[in-house]
Structures are given as structure tokens and as C-alpha cells.
Design a protein around this ligand. Structure first.
Ligand code: 1HN
Length: 345
């Protein structure tokens, strides 16, 4: 590889003259922009322990009332990007949100897409586009771009959930903004439970709904049952995994980020292929070792970690007796749409 000229190799008056015309020489930066063979990501493999963050999140509940926060969130920030950037990877934002009994997080809508993976507590709900979605542990609730959403809590104990947004990407595109709104009136159910039955979708008088997002809540009991059924039906298959999809189209549940649930059989090790998108792993149930190149983390329940793209990730269920269940978010839909998706096996 030939060495390219550096900025210091150029006469200072020439560099100054370029600057006055808003011009920059490419060659000193070319290798950084296009490194050889694979990207050099800022995203670092990072682990966030729920046991460590939970008391800090509950403390935020004492320190900051909900009307002073709107959304009471501790952001899971990747040090490789700089904590102030508040991003887990190039396109993924992660936060742990706390809602206390009786609190209400007011309605708004915004351009970034969000999902919530419920971590603990009961009695809270999110109203999305007029549909009241109860929040239970392991449930996935979508808040797609542009839809009104607000959170309420009729229960007795704190409720915590993991927010996953494509905010870093939408912000980078200078397309991120929000609009505040009045409390939504709750509409009668839109048939999420019907959509959770595979193979059939509602089509009254032979018409299919063209509603963009027919299913806003994916109850954990059903996702887990699907994984357990797969594991029994395909005892030889290496990976027991499902994708969260839009049941009307069969496509990804959202446009930019992909969502999956994975079951590891008791004691099972699993090597994931080396793919271009960055990924996030959140442990719903069990105990799992995650190895990302030369780093290893042990995920306890409700722990979260991330891995940059172009790395092979190894998972291993630590329990010889019980299955483990992971929620995964990644940047696959985005990479595929942009034509930069790669799977190097
Ligand atoms: C947001 O709207 C929520 O609605 C949570 O709960 C986290 C982070 C950045 C921007 C918007 C919510 C968010 C957010």
C-alpha cells in the first residue's frame, strides 16, 4: 500500500488558501474514509449491567419528577462514540426508561422510530395511535415514525423498559423533530391478538387493511411459545430464532432497525455470522456469555450489550438445564435498503 501525502506535506500558505475557499484536499483523509478490507468502527463492544444501572434509574425517579423530564431515561451510551453522542452504534440509540405508579409521560410524535422492550413491572401501558398497549415483561411495543404515543401507569411498582430508536441515523440525516399533542382518546382494539396468529390476517369483505403498522404489540408469551415450538419441531436446527415482522406484509416490523428473538437451548453455544450491521443483545431470561472478538461479557437477566458490525459474535447459554431467551436489535433493514449489507459467514 503506497503512503499518501499528509496535510503537513503541503505548504502552509496553500492550506490556508484552500481554507478561505472552503476547499479540502482529499488524499490526506482517503485511507481513514476508506480503510482497507473492513470498516474501522467507532462502535465498541459494550456491556450495560441492569443490576448496576437499576439503582441509578430508581434514584432518577427520586431526583427528577416526571414533569421535569417528560421521559425519565438513562441512555446506554457507547464510549467509542463519546458518551455525549448518546448512541449505541451508528444507527441505534438505547435507553432505560422509568415510569412510577400514577405518572404520565405526555403524548408526542416524532420522526425517529422507537420500540420498547419491557424489562420489569406491571400496570403500565403505552397508547400508540389511539391503541392502548399493556406493558408486560418481554413484550415488544412499536412506536413507528410519526405515530402519537404516551405512557401511563395504573400499577403499584416501578416499571422499566428498554427504548430502542433509530435516532442517531435520523438525527444525522437532519430529519429529527417532535410535535407535542393532547392526551389521546383510546380507540377500541385493532386486532393485535388476531395478527399474532400466524398465517391469517383480517380481510373483511375481501379487503386487507392498508394500515402501515397493523400490529403494535408483540406479547412475549406468544413470541416465547413460537420459539419453544420451533425448538421442539426442529430439534436439529442450530439457531432457534424468530424475526418480528409486519404480519400484513411479512416484511420487517420497522423500516430501519430489525428485531429478533433468539432461544439458546440448555448449554448451547452459537456462533453468529460476521455481518455488516451492528447488533444489540438484551437478555430476557437466563444467563448467557457473549464474546465479541477479544471481549467477553456475561449477561444476567435484563442486561444489554452491543457489538459493532463486521465482527463474529459468539453466544453461549451458561445453564445446562434451562433455555435462555435474547431480544436482538440490529441495523439489517437499513443496510439492505442502502445496498451495503454483507454477510461474510
Ligand atoms: C421518546 O419519545 C421516548 O416516547 C423515549 O418514551 C426515548 C429518546 C429520544 C427521543 C425520543 C418515549 C426517547 C424518545
Amino acid at each position: 500500500m503506497n503512503l499518501l501525502g499528509r496535510i503537513e506535506d503541503l505548504p502552509a500558505d496553500y492550506v490556508a488558501a484552500l481554507k478561505t475557499q472552503n476547499l479540502v484536499p482529499l488524499w490526506p483523509s482517503l485511507r481513514a474514509l476508506l480503510p482497507p478490507d473492513k470498516p474501522q468502527p467507532q462502535t465498541r463492544a459494550t456491556h450495560w449491567s441492569y443490576e448496576a444501572l437499576r439503582p441509578l434509574l430508581l434514584k432518577a425517579g427520586e431526583l427528577t419528577p416526571i414533569d421535569k423530564a417528560e421521559r425519565r431515561v438513562l441512555v446506554l451510551a457507547n464510549p467509542g462514540h463519546g458518551l455525549e453522542k448518546m448512541q449505541a452504534s451508528a444507527a441505534i440509540y438505547l435507553g432505560m426508561q422509568l415510569l412510577l405508579p400514577g405518572e404520565w409521560a405526555p403524548a408526542h410524535r416524532h420522526t425517529p422510530n422507537a420500540v420498547r422492550m419491557i424489562v420489569e413491572g406491571e400496570g403500565a401501558y403505552t397508547t400508540v395511535d389511539g391503541q392502548k398497549c399493556p406493558m408486560g415483561r418481554g413484550d415488544l411495543i412499536l412506536t413507528p415514525t410519526g405515530l402519537w404515543h404516551e405512557h401511563g401507569h395504573d400499577g403499584e411498582r416501578p416499571v422499566v423498559w428498554l427504548d430502542v430508536l433509530d435516532l442517531p441515523l435520523v438525527h444525522y440525516l437532519e430529519a429529527s423533530y417532535h410535535v407535542d399533542g393532547p392526551r389521546q382518546s383510546v380507540q377500541p382494539g385493532r386486532g393485535d391478538l388476531v395478527h399474532a396468529i400466524g398465517g391469517v390476517v383480517p380481510s373483511p369483505l375481501f379487503e386487507r387493511s392498508d394500515k402501515g403498522y397493523p400490529m403494535l404489540r408483540y406479547p412475549w408469551a406468544q413470541t416465547r411459545a413460537a420459539l419453544e415450538t420451533l425448538a421442539t419441531a426442529q430439534p436439529e436446527s442450530a439457531a432457534v430464532q424468530v424475526s418480528y415482522v409486519n404480519p400484513a406484509t411479512g416484511g420487517d416490523a420497522q423500516n430501519i432497525l430489525g428485531y429478533y428473538a433468539l432461544m439458546l437451548r440448555p448449554g448451547q453455544p452459537l456462533r453468529l455470522p460476521m455481518r455488516s450491521p451492528a447488533s444489540v443483545f438484551h437478555l430476557i431470561d437466563g444467563s448467557v456469555d457473549v464474546t465479541v472478538e477479544d471481549q467477553s461479557f456475561t449477561l444476567a437477566e435484563a442486561d444489554t450489550c452491543c457489538a459493532p458490525g463486521y465482527t463474529a459474535v459468539q453466544l453461549a447459554n451458561r445453564s445446562p438445564e434451562h433455555p435462555a431467551f435474547l431480544f436482538i436489535a440490529d441495523e439489517t433493514p437499513l443496510h439492505r435498503k442502502l445496498g451495503v449489507f454483507e454477510n461474510r459467514g
